[in-house]
Write a protein that binds this ligand. Structure first.
Ligand code: MN
Length: 265
């Protein structure tokens, strides 16, 4: 088990990040929620980095700036990805230990296959790679204005992780439906569901007549299979999915060995 409440005593130190960028209201809501549990350190991308996945910046320098959130909370922004933000902290950018990484509150759900694109979830993965427990939390609304349910869920999940710890290389992916706290039907532990993407390739011409392409289309839906994150959020429940970084397809492993693949003599 990873360490739970820090043995050194005192309040836990919680790193708050996101992929929507430093000015996101979801980031502010998460920072305020985590401040009820411990000392909060905020670092986030300086622009919206949604859907960058687990990218790291390798071929240019990174700049970090001191910032202030809308409520006066001191923060840092970085001109990189969410994983850059988390990675740099664990490489010593900021002094002191981190007990928990909280990523979000993302504007838009991260359900099923979304987690393979998600910068929000990848920031939590980056923390786990550094041996720190982490969770990601996302709101099933691309322009949320009520964070009451998401903030409450974040506190419940963060407190549980701090008290109980997580297994190494595992994290929690939390999604909340787009309803207020008092209308929520509770919490459901789920498995990843199946997204249905409705992307459309938009082809237009620039002012000089040269074609450009932009992926458009309506937001994704999903297969409403009971027990999945997609189904839980559709039925007004907070979804909590345990995620592991080991992507090995265990059920395929023995069959693949049975293929007896050999190099040519
Ligand atoms: Mn995002």
């Amino acid at each position: 088990m990873s360490p739970a409440i820090p043995e050194r005593g005192g309040r836990p130190r919680i790193l708050v990040t996101n992929d929507d960028g430093i000015e996101s209201r979801g980031l502010l809501a998460l920072a305020q929620a985590m401040a009820t549990l411990g000392e909060v350190i905020v670092i986030a991308p300086d622009t919206n980095q949604s859907a960058v996945g687990h990218s790291r910046t390798m071929w240019r320098p990174l700049r970090v700036r001191e910032r202030t959130l809308a409520d006066g909370t001191p923060a840092w922004s970085i001109d990189g990805s969410p994983s850059d933000a988390v990675g740099l902290v664990f490489l010593g950018l900021l002094p002191g230990p981190i007990d928990l990484v909280a990523s979000g509150i993302n504007h838009g759900a991260n359900l099923g296959d979304d987690i393979t694109y998600s910068g929000t979830v990848s920031a939590a993965m980056e923390a786990v790679l550094s041996g720190c427990p982490a969770f990601a939390i996302s709101h099933d609304d691309f322009a949320p204005d009520d964070f009451s349910l998401a903030a409450a869920a974040a506190v419940v999940v963060a407190r549980a992780i701090l008290e109980r710890g997580l297994e190494p290389a595992q994290l929690l992916n939390v999604n909340v439906p787009a309803i207020p706290l008092d209308q929520c039907a509770g919490i459901e532990v789920t498995r990843l569901g199946k997204r249905i993407y409705q992307d459309e390739l938009i082809r237009r011409a620039d002012p000089r007549g040269v074609p450009y392409y932009w992926v458009g289309g309506p937001p994704p839906t999903g297969q409403a299979i009971p027990g999945t994150d997609v189904h839980a959020v559709l039925h007004d429940r907070v979804s909590i999915t345990p995620i592991q970084l080991d992507l090995t397809a265990d059920r395929f492993l023995e069959r693949l060995r049975g293929w007896e693949l050999r190099l040519p003599d």
